[in-house]
Design a protein around this ligand. Structure first.
Ligand SMILES: *[C@@H]1O[C@H](CO)[C@@H](O)[C@H](O)[C@H]1NC(C)=O
Ligand SMILES: *[C@@H]1O[C@H](CO)[C@@H](O)[C@H](O)[C@H]1NC(C)=O
Ligand SMILES: *[C@@H]1O[C@H](CO)[C@@H](O)[C@H](O)[C@H]1NC(C)=O
Ligand SMILES: *[C@@H]1O[C@H](CO)[C@@H](O)[C@H](O)[C@H]1NC(C)=O
Ligand SMILES: *[C@@H]1O[C@H](CO)[C@@H](O)[C@H](O)[C@H]1NC(C)=O
Ligand SMILES: *[C@@H]1O[C@H](CO)[C@@H](O)[C@H](O)[C@H]1NC(C)=O
Length: 657
């Protein structure tokens, strides 16, 4: 440094003893600085020079920025003097020394002391390599980097204060100067907190702002803190959130560390990082470490923060074949996207389920998909699922979510029955109500249309007959009403539904531009026991014919059509008909592509079966008896004839003789 004896002489002060820095002098004053020897600009700084009672005057010298200055202190007490700089500036940075004048021409000088003023440049970056997370006895490399300067000071804070001046290298790739320094072996019995500063070599005591502190983090053995994300660890970009770490009551300080970046810390046993608007850079792995007088805690469990909405192409989630899954069976959910995600992840809203799979490209459909299969489902699996896509090298950045898909679990309790009073086949515009009922005291019922996603729920009502009932009003029907329906019952406190009712088909007529014709063979008036064929024909080609009987409770009969030159037809054959089959019949056509949409109705055909089955049996017996009697009569007659013939034979011979 430039603080020299000659400089002091130039100021006209005669020093009693050799050089001012000479150690071992009995009366050498001691120089201290408050609050610290490293201070931000504009801080009030006090130099305290303590000498002997023999002192007449005290002087403070500095080489400062360019020249040596001298301040005379006012003497409060003879043995000490204070020099105050009320707002320290960059020009005050430098090396200081105080001298006490004991007599004319005789002075004693203190050791020199350095005052560094910080805040002149923007802060450098300090990192622990490979990570600030350390173990007992380890050596750690600290890296300080800046794009402005190539000189650095690294300071260790706390009781074992220390500092090092570091020279740097230039990294052409990042365009930054960086200096490396190895510390260690580190021990968990103390805290290891570092900061670094950069400076220009021609003003070595004027430093940048301090880097963020780097705390070496130990995973100790004390009770581990808990780490939580509010509202959750999977969060949409742009939303606000808090990540908080809660240590034990005696924790003095907790550190929230995100892998690969700086650490947040707070005094006390809690440390929270509030993120007002979550973005890409917040995604990653977080852990928390706490320090108390007894040492370091075990590190918290890892919190993996996922940011969603990073890609705008939302995947589609469907349940195969249905979102109503039988308890103990398999649940199969498929996530599909046209966008080339490497992976898909399926999550449940209550965070009790998450699974990810590689995507497969389905060439024929031109999309990517993943099929999630969960075996042995239980009511725990009921709830709302969503899927997301992501790329495999950024597993914490997900797409926007698919639409929510609700999964319902159907169990083993007794199935309800599903009915309608309006018949199975309806014209568009007719109103339809489906009734789900059970002799089990279910509190609620749900109606599900097979292949859909709606699962409509209603409270059950008790009827006087002791049944539990719910009416599902579907309003006036249209082509979208056509389909197969099932219903389920459940108790209020259970998330599990009953077994499924038998399916109920609702068919909508007049949705295909055809009107088939219906005829009866051999005749529309038949005897019971006869065979009858109802023939349905259409010149407009259909795949299936449907035969319905007016007022029947059972589902209409379906039959594949046979194609003819002129169109298609089907024969509904009934052998040995009974009078119960009498009634009005109509037939309809449908196509396989939409089996619940029918043609117009054929003209009605009246089938009349003229006698009951029991009458039919009586006739048979009667006939048998009649036949029996006839045979008996014939036998008796035969015998009589034979007898007459044999008695006539001799008399016949007599006249001949
Ligand atoms: C740490 O560095 C010291 C020297 O600074 C060396 O003696 C010791 O073996 C190193 N320890 C490890 C674990 O590398
Ligand atoms: C985060 O914490 C602050 C302060 O405790 C609170 O006001 C805010 O509601 C929290 N935000 C969320 C998303 O929990
Ligand atoms: C569930 O899936 C497994 C394997 O995929 C299969 O072995 C099992 O038969 C399936 N169970 C049911 C009820 O479908
Ligand atoms: C359901 O509908 C039937 C007939 O449409 C009616 O008799 C019954 O009172 C209704 N029940 C309830 C609970 O609404
Ligand atoms: C079931 O819950 C509904 C509404 O949550 C309530 O109106 C009904 O009384 C409950 N039934 C029973 C039996 O607790
Ligand atoms: C059907 O049978 C009745 C009586 O056997 C007969 O009178 C009628 O003509 C027949 N009808 C046809 C269309 O063959």
């Amino acid at each position: 440094m430039t603080f020299t004896f000659t400089a002091l002489l130039c100021l006209g002060l005669a020093l009693g003893l050799g050089t001012p820095v000479l150690a071992g002098s009995l009366h050498k004053p001691v120089l201290r600085v408050q609050p610290d020897s490293v201070v931000p600009e504009k801080t009030a700084v006090t130099f305290l020079c303590e000498g002997t009672n023999r002192a007449i005057q005290y002087f403070l010298y500095t080489d400062g920025d360019t020249h040596l200055t001298q301040r005379k202190a006012t003497l409060n007490a003879k043995n000490k003097a204070e020099f105050v700089i009320s707002k320290v500036s960059q020009n005050d940075a430098g090396r200081y020394q105080c001298c006490s004048q004991i007599s004319e021409g005789r002075a004693e000088c203190s050791d020199s002391l350095v005052l560094a003023v910080t805040g002149a440049y923007s802060k450098p970056f300090l990192l622990g390599q490979p990570s600030p997370v350390v173990t007992e006895g380890m050596n750690v490399t600290l890296q300080c980097a800046s794009s402005q300067h190539y000189k650095f000071v690294l300071t260790k804070e706390g009781p074992q204060k220390h500092s090092w001046t570091l020279s740097s290298q230039y990294n052409h790739y990042t365009g930054q100067y960086y200096a490396l320094h190895s510390v260690g072996p580190v021990t968990s019995s103390q805290r290891w907190t570092y900061r670094c500063y950069s400076f220009d070599s021609y003003r070595p005591m004027v430093w940048s702002e301090p880097s963020e502190p780097l705390e070496l983090l130990f995973s100790g053995s004390l009770h581990k803190p808990t780490l939580r994300a509010e509202p959750g660890p999977v969060i949409a970009s742009g939303r606000s959130m808090n990540i908080s770490c809660q240590g034990t009551l005696d924790a003095e300080m907790c550190f929230l560390h995100k892998e690969g970046t700086q650490t947040t810390n707070e005094l006390g046993n809690k440390c929270t990082r509030s993120i007002p608007s979550v973005a890409q850079q917040h995604a990653g792995q977080y852990r928390c470490y706490c320090y108390s007088s007894a040492g370091w805690s075990e590190r918290s469990d890892t919190l993996e923060l996922v940011v969603t909405g990073m890609y705008n192409d939302n995947p589609f989630l469907t349940a195969l074949p249905s979102p109503v899954v039988t308890s103990g069976g398999n649940m199969t959910l498929q996530c599909v996207s046209r966008y080339g995600y490497d992976k898909f992840v399926l999550t449940k809203e209550d965070e009790k389920f998450s699974s990810s799979l590689d995507s497969q490209y389905i060439y024929k459909k031109g999309h990517h998909q993943a099929t999630f299969s969960v075996g042995s489902v239980t009511p725990v699996h009921s709830g709302t699922f969503r899927c997301y896509g992501y790329l495999k090298n950024t597993p914490q950045l997900w797409s926007v979510p698919s639409d929510a898909l609700k999964i319902h679990i159907s169990g083993l309790s007794k199935k309800p029955s599903l009915q309608t009073q309006q018949g199975h086949i309806l014209d568009p515009g007719k109103s339809l109500t489906l009734q789900c009922c059970s002799d089990i005291n279910y509190d609620r019922f749900a109606l599900y249309k097979v292949g859909g996603t709606d699962f409509t729920q209603h409270h059950g009502q008790r009827t006087q007959a002791g049944l539990s009932v719910a009416n599902f009003t579907l309003g006036s029907v249209s082509r979208t009403t056509g389909g197969q329906y099932r219903c389920y019952g459940a108790h209020n406190l259970s998330s599990e539904w009953s077994a499924s009712s038998d399916p109920l088909d609702i068919l909508i007529s007049g949705e295909i531009p055809a009107t088939p014709s219906l005829s009866v063979r051999p005749n529309s008036t038949v005897q019971s026991g006869d065979d009858v064929t109802l023939l349905c024909q259409s010149t407009y080609t259909v795949d299936t014919f449907i035969l319905s009987k007016e007022g029947a409770a059972h589902q209409p009969q379906r039959m594949k059509s046979k194609s003819q030159d002129w169109g298609s037809q089907a024969e509904f054959s009934m052998s040995a008909v009974t009078s119960a089959l009498s009634g009005t019949y109509r037939c309809y056509g449908s196509r396989d592509s939409s089996p619940y949409l029918l043609s117009h109705a054929s003209a009605p055909v009246e089938l009349s079966v003229s006698a009951t089955a029991s009458e039919n049996q009586d006739h048979t017996v009667e006939n048998l008896i009649r036949m029996g009697i006839a045979i008996l009569v014939l036998i008796v007659l035969g015998i009589l004839v034979l007898e007459a013939w044999s008695s006539q034979k001799p008399s016949h011979h007599v006249p001949e003789i």
